[in-house]
Design a protein around this ligand. Structure first.
Ligand SMILES: O=C([O-])C1=[NH+]CCC1
Length: 381
């Protein structure tokens, strides 16, 4: 499937049996079955911006009846802890999937006849996400399926501003041309199911406009900024989460242009973002977990109130006149680790791109998955 152009290659059958908590299953997949991720995400089946997910029908929350399905997220680098664009895609798939062999808890979905929608509870590595999928009953089969005329939304895990106006010193070895004579860069850090650095392009020394961004140069700058941030134990101390140390890492640098993009009718404003995540993958979608982080920052700064909807665009949604933009609305204040958190309602839409079976033939080493970049760096000849 794709969500505003960002792919999610969803594994719904054939993955090895995994047991334990979802985070244990994530660790086991990374240690014992990473070859499957590489074969699906790397070339020749994927590419360096490919994204995927593995459905996990048994986790501690699913087996306790608190969730309908577990999910592991796959990037070109590894296994992320939250993904809004994939959440939107997977929740649609689960509403459309009537095969209880693939979705054992399908019959537990409660379709609201009046609102014509259904809640799908997903257990993702950062916690429980409640998606609401607009649905219609198909006249012939009598089965419910997603209503493609309305957007899907999900209610996030508690998201929070972790640090505002932090100064990141940039050592000479990590400087980039646009930095000019600046010694440091001021950033905000927020958690939206994963930790984000958020800053305007101008803070990196680039034009404030993301109308025609130099993506390669911004990728180089954000990669160096991330390295400079991670080099500081004091700055890394902002990446704290009370639930689990697996969540305590810097996932992305989000470059923003406040004010750019077409606001959705129900929103009070819009902004555009360019998300560099994992090993500098570029999100084609407006990045749901990044929306959560940015909404949490806006609330913390007193720029946004509960219930105030905002529109978030990517370069792709802007290129299509705003179609595919996400909205983000802080709907509930909560407390997390002694600080203010907000649950954010993120909306968007996903489409199918196809269904397939992937094969790796015995002895086909190249077909097992390769990354040209890694071959360049590590090839023996
Ligand atoms: O939508 C999302 O949260 C993300 N898409 C790719 C990186 C994270």
């Amino acid at each position: 499937m794709h969500t505003t152009g960002e792919p999610t290659r969803i594994v719904y059958s054939g993955f090895p049996e995994l047991h334990g908590t979802l985070l244990e299953q994530r660790a086991l997949t990374r240690s014992h079955y990473d070859y499957i991720r590489r074969s699906l995400i790397y070339e020749p089946r994927g590419h360096r911006d490919m994204y995927g997910a593995i459905l996990r029908p048994h986790t501690e929350l699913v087996d306790a009846g608190q969730a309908h399905m577990g999910v592991l997220f796959l990037t070109h680098e590894g296994y992320s802890t939250m993904c809004g664009h994939a959440t939107i895609a997977i929740s649609r798939l689960l509403v459309d999937c009537t095969d209880t062999a693939l979705f054992p808890r399908r019959d537990e979905l409660l379709f609201d006849e009046e609102k014509k929608e259904v809640e799908v509870r997903l257990h993702v590595p950062c916690g429980l996400v409640r998606a609401t999928v607009p649905a219609i009953k198909s006249s012939d089969s009598g089965n419910w399926c997603a209503d493609t005329t309305r957007t899907i939304h999900y209610l996030s895990v508690p998201s929070f501003a972790a640090g505002i106006g932090l100064s990141v010193p940039i050592p000479p070895s990590l400087r980039w041309p646009n930095l000019g004579d600046r010694e440091n860069v001021i950033v905000d850090v927020a958690y939206g199911g994963a930790f984000y650095i958020v800053l305007p392009a101008s803070a990196l020394g680039f034009s404030p406009s993301l109308a025609h961004p130099d993506i390669a140069a911004l990728s180089d700058a954000t990669k160096k900024l991330r390295a400079a941030f991670n080099a500081s134990a004091e700055l890394r101390s902002y990446l704290r989460h009370p639930d689990h140390e697996d969540l305590q890492f810097l996932y992305s640098v989000f470059v923003t242009e406040p004010g750019r993009g077409v606001p959705a009718p129900e929103s009070a404003g819009a902004e555009t973002g360019l998300c560099f995540f994992a090993d500098q993958q570029v999100d084609r979608s407006p990045t749901g977990s990044g929306v959560q982080a940015r909404v949490a920052l806006a609330v913390e700064k007193g720029e946004r109130k509960l219930g105030q909807c905002w529109t978030y665009h990517s370069i792709v949604s802007n290129a299509y006149g705003g179609k595919g933009g996400f909205t983000g609305t802080p709907v509930e204040e909560t407390e997390i680790g002694g600080r203010r958190g907000v649950r954010v309602r993120v909306s968007g839409w996903a489409n199918y791109t196809g269904f397939g079976t992937f094969v790796v033939e015995e002895g086909d080493e190249v077909g097992g998955g390769f990354s040209l970049e890694q071959l360049q760096q590590f090839s023996p000849v």
